[in-house]
Design a protein around this ligand. Sequence first.
Ligand SMILES: [Zn+2]
Length: 403
Amino acid sequence: MTGAAATPHRCVVCGSGESETIWSVARTPMHAVRPAGMADIASGFGQLDIVACSSCGHLSNRAFDTDAADELYGALVLTNEPVSPGMIAAVDETAALIMRHLKHVPAVLEVGGGGGALSLALARRSAHVDLVEPSRALRPERFAGTGVTLHRAMFPVPALKGRRFDAVVCRQVIEHVPEPAPFLAALRASLADDGIAYLEMPSADDILRRHSIVDFHYPHVHYYRRTEMELLLARAGFALAEVFDIKQGHDMGFLLRAAKTLAHEAPVSTGFLPSEFAAALAKRRSRAAQRLAEISGPIALYGANAYAQALLGLYQQSTPFAAVFDDTASYAGRCVYGPAGEITIEPPSAERLAGMAAVVIAAYLHDAEIARKIAAMGFGGPVYTLRAPAPDGPGRIASLFDP
Ligand SMILES: [Zn+2]
């Protein structure tokens, strides 16, 4: 065993100490994006040892290095900035959904806001927002005169201790938190008795359904199914108001109220066979390797995100990816990296696309939009998505993982 599993592993859902490995990657990038030309290019790797709890089936990375979490979240580069009309519309819809439940000028707490797009959208709808986000890349100037107060720190923040908010918003954060119970308790303590909370996270039900191997990447410690998260939320003193399927079930959103009494705990059961799931994932892994090997000529990735990060950890040593395109302007001069080195991120262009034998869309949640964009740039070669299985409907894009 490596040192990563030195502390005993205990399931955060049911407390069991028994688990079995269903997916592993020995050396995967810890960051999706980082500055190019870092002195110590051998650093910045971690291990994936994704296990299923033998008792309840909860999936988590047993090899996650909790001591490195602060460094990971203070990461130099902000990710998940909305860059396409579809992404910007999604942020606006979420802001509207939250505001629908609130009084005229509500006090809102957002925890882990990334670049602050949602906080700004809420403030434009006349909310006062306290945004807690540890990224050192976030510039306070961005929020001058906006109604958003930035706390560049890990949550909970001493400056907000004792404050109660009309709304508490926490999107795509809880899956990064090694110990969810105290974190959820702190969110609950920040919520006014008549307030609402909105939590959003990836769905492990979706990974179990689609066998999506690129959804396992280093920054996510935990992969929650809906029933598991409902249990943790009830334990923390939240009552369910509504649950949303987001991005066709890839993510789930929970609209919550402060519970007056503690809910009865329904036990969570595995509901799947870890060995069968592991075998299905292994099949996906070899199919993509085979497909990549069959492409002769340079391969470009589109989207410098978590899925590209996962792909590089899996295949960069056997596949020399030639280019990485991304629409995020602030990524210029940054790079993605894997065990075989770094690749500078560049904006897509017709000239660069013309030299590629194939394009793999890593930003698979936006694959249709990206496929149209590269077709409009004149690229006529094969295009694959990391979505698995391939999306249905007109303009079907082949999946790298399909037979
Ligand atoms: Zn468990």
